[in-house]
Design a protein around this ligand. Structure first.
Ligand code: GDP
Length: 296
């Protein structure tokens, strides 16, 4: 297991108790440990750098209260800054638009898009009583279309029947049309991923976007993504325009640094987190919890 930031800083800074303000040198020593902790938690390097700069600004000159140790003081500053950078908690999926509201799910292959599409559908149909239609736009992988159909059956949510030979854009149009005719409140478009970002993928996403006018574009990403998180989030946001993030596999051993990286790069809210393979393993995002996890 990792040593917590508190433990690491304790040994460096505890000699300071009652000595007044944190000096440049104290802070520099502490920030080396903070940097190491963030990198171990898989936060991308460029995000670590800007984070450290912010914390340095806040920490230097801070009075060390008599009642707490300087290590705890730095941990508090780091923790508060992490929570602030991770953004607001519990931002709901925005359905405030004319029906059918289109939700477009984007992300790399294997990130959990199809599973998350179904989890969201289940949540909307259950708690919120919405009528939902799901459509798989993954024409390259028939197994993906079948997977969505089976999940739909399991959670009793309609899926758009597959018509052989249609392009993703054609399927998107047909899905919106079918939802309109069928009186659905929400259409969830489960787009195709690739194993890595490439130009054809970005072009396809932009075309689907134009054809279906989604109200939300949710980037689904594996929370175990390391340094690639920045690239991934930046590309999807710049090329397709993301409105929110969903981090999957938060039930795993990862420390969740990707959450910070992706939020920092896009400024878009983390709307939900996936915590398992089951259909109800979808939770609200609480920045404090992720901050604790990142700091260990
Ligand atoms: P897609 O290729 O992006 O559509 O990914 P899938 O939805 O097919 O997910 C890939 C695998 O990850 C499947 O085996 C899912 O059950 C699993 N998965 C998805 N989300 C989570 C999650 O939050 N936690 C865990 N443990 N597994 C997940």
């Amino acid at each position: 297991m990792f040593e917590s930031l508190q433990e690491r800083l304790g040994s460096i800074l505890n000699g300071l108790t009652g000595r007044g303000a944190l000096s440049q040198a104290d802070v520099a020593a502490a920030l080396r440990e903070v940097r190491r902790a963030l990198l171990e938690a898989d936060v991308a390097l460029e995000v670590v750098r800007s984070f450290i700069d912010k914390v340095r600004e806040k920490a230097v000159g801070t009075e060390v209260l008599k009642s707490i140790k300087p290590g705890q003081m730095v941990v508090k500053i780091v923790h508060d800054e992490l929570v602030s950078m991770l953004g607001e908690e519990g931002v709901p999926i925005d359905l405030n638009a004319a029906a059918p509201v289109v939700l477009m799910m984007v992300g790399l292959q294997g990130s959990g898009k199809t599973t998350t599409s179904a989890k969201i559908a289940k949540r909307l149909t259950g708690r919120q009583g919405k009528k939902v239609l799901m459509a798989s736009l993954d024409t390259r992988r028939p197994a993906a279309q079948e997977q969505l159909r089976q999940l739909g059956e399991q959670i009793q949510v309609a899926t758009l029947p597959v018509v052989a030979g249609q392009s993703p854009v054609e399927i998107a149009r047909r899905a919106v049309q079918a939802a309109r005719l069928g009186g659905h409140d929400v259409v969830i478009l489960d787009t195709a991923g690739r194993t890595h970002i490439d130009e054809p993928l970005m072009v396809e996403m932009a075309e689907i976007r134009s054809a279906s006018n989604p109200h939300e574009i949710l980037l689904v990403a594996d929370s175990l993504t390391g340094q690639d998180a920045v690239n991934l989030a930046r590309n999807f946001d710049e090329r397709v325009g993301v409105t929110g993030l969903v981090l999957t596999r938060m039930d795993g051993d990862g420390r969740g640094g990707a959450a910070l990286s992706m939020r920092a790069v896009t400024g878009k809210p983390i709307k939900l987190i996936g915590t398992g393979e089951k259909m109800d393993a979808l939770e609200e995002f609480y920045p404090k919890r992720i901050a604790d996890r990142i700091l260990g």
